[in-house]
Design a protein around this ligand. Structure first.
Ligand code: S3P
Length: 466
């Protein structure tokens, strides 16, 4: 292999070659539409499932240790199960013991085996990009495939730094799946300044750095979620994080062994977001959501809703698995439209769809900008939410990098649909929340994607509404 001369080969030719022999082996079931109707106030106590970002990382780092890593509170959504299957395909033992409790026996840093078949990443961009980082510094070849949504998402943002480290890639047009990569052993340490605020890109480079001689450096001009750094430190990696001139500089020295851990995964703030917003919007609600991760790099929605007038109390603040956690008490409150500070975007990047729903019910206008990243998520979330909210009767204008939403001042939306969710779990759940505050309900074209991150969403919604 030209290990030190990385190449990204001609896309179209390779895409055709891959498609012939390595189609994703996907079981296709028909879409499951559902109309979400107004229901009673949200009350009582609920617990949302484990954090998706942390769950992925726990499985990956566990697979890179020798010995047993035990994880409790693991999210058992399809995305995380895709990571578990991939780690198994590369030689780790990953076993489910009981609800949310998993045991991993890893192969050690540098010990992953070449998967025998293409690894199906389903809908999960995080699994794909982080694993590309892991594979980049192993002497193995792996092919990644995904569903129709994932197959459109840009992988060039990880191909670029990982190529500099020596990995070679064959990808579809514009750097898309299906993608075959050859890792490089030994890989080359790099210093990489993130051109986009992306925790996935940061994490891919840091994970590649674990098995790379010398020091791999990532510079973050804008801070993004720091679960990788926290967990790498917890597993005993040689990692240093410094703030310099307003930037975060993260250095990992390769070659250190990781030590197996016991990890308790906190509840996912991105899943809690749907209930925080629903309880804020539905009159009479008083809901307690227990054990919610409140890492400052993830807590932007709570800050934003509070600025709009929401009544969200954080109780019993504590630390779980190296992450700040609290119970949230949310009571209904009227909201006022706001100009959303774009610098908050990374700390609530997955919460904009549901924030748009809150804005549609607020008094006055909410303006967002600087959100071009939303166009390359599981769907184009600006276009998808503009269309979905319009179908539900909201007044929305879409610009290149944001939405402007004129709220109803608390009056229910007319409702309607069916709205297209484009294989995007967060569009589906956000519009389910919109249905709760509509006159006629909101019909979602397909609820299947919800299982990628929040399999119990509908059961919990019913429970909270009773
Ligand atoms: C994630 C990072 C974010 C986020 C995604 C999970 C992670 O993506 O949207 O759902 O776990 O690192 P980007 O890195 O593309 O912003």
């Amino acid at each position: 292999m030209g290990a030190q001369s990385p190449s990204i080969k001609s896309a179209a030719r390779l895409a055709i070659g891959l498609c012939r022999c390595q189609k994703p082996r996907r079981v296709t079931s028909p879409p499951v539409p559902r109309r979400f109707l107004p229901q009673g106030p949200l009350t009582g106590r609920i617990r949302v499932p484990g954090d998706k970002s942390i769950s992925h990382r726990a499985l990956m780092l566990g697979a890179l240790t020798v010995g047993e890593t035990r994880v409790t509170g693991l999210l058992e959504g399809e995305d995380v199960l895709a990571t578990a299957a991939a780690m198994r395909a590369m030689g780790a033992s990953v076993e489910r013991e009981s609800d949310g409790t998993w045991s991993i026996h890893g192969v050690g840093v540098g010990g992953l085996l070449q998967p025998r078949q293409a690894v199906d990443m389903g809908n999960s961009g995080t699994s794909t990009r982080l694993l590309m980082g892991v594979v980049a510094s192993h002497g193995i070849t792996a092919t990644f495939t995904g569903d129709a949504s994932l197959s459109q998402r840009p992988m060039g943002r990880v191909i670029e730094p990982l190529s500099r480290m020596g990995a070679c890639f064959e990808a579809g047009p514009g750097g898309t799946l299906p993608l075959t990569m050859r890792g490089c052993l030994p890989a080359v340490p790099i210093e990489y300044r993130l051109p986009v605020a992306s925790a996935q890109v940061k994490s891919a480079v840091l994970l590649a750095g674990l098995n790379t001689p010398g020091v791999t450096t990532v510079i973050e001009p804008v801070p993004t979620r720091d679960h990788s750094e926290r967990m790498l430190r917890g597993f005993g990696a040689d990692i240093e994080v410094k703030e310099t001139g307003g930037e975060r500089v993260i250095r990992v020295r390769g070659g250190a062994d990781l030590a197996p851990q016991t990890i308790d995964v906190p509840g996912d703030p991105s899943s809690a977001a749907f209930f925080v917003t629903a309880a804020t919007l539905v009159e009479g609600s008083d809901l307690k959501i227990e054990n919610v991760g409140l890492n400052p790099t993830r807590a932007g929605l709570v800050t934003m809703l509070r600025q709009m007038g929401a009544d969200i109390e954080a109780l019993d603040a504590r630390e779980v698995g190296g992450e700040p956690v609290a119970d949230l008490r949310v009571r209904h409150a009227p909201l006022t439209g706001i100009e959303v500070d774009p610098s908050l975007a990374p700390s609530m990047i997955d919460e904009f769809p549901v924030l748009f729903v809150a804005a549609a019910l607020a008094q006055g206008t909410t303006r967002t900008s600087g959100l071009e990243e939303l166009r390359v998520k599981e769907s184009d979330r600006l276009a998808a939410m503009a269309a979905a909210l319009t179908a539900a009767g909201a007044r929305v204008e879409e610009s290149e990098d944001g939405l402007v939403i004129a709220g109803t001042g608390g009056e229910p939306l007319p409702g309607g649909g069916p709205v297209a969710t484009h294989l995007d779990h967060r569009i589906a759940m956000s519009m389910a929340v919109a249905g709760l505050v509509s006159t006629d309900g909101v019909e979602i074209d397909d609820t299947r994607p919800i299982a990628t991150s929040f399999p119990d969403f509908m059961a919990l919604l019913e429970q909270a509404g009773q």
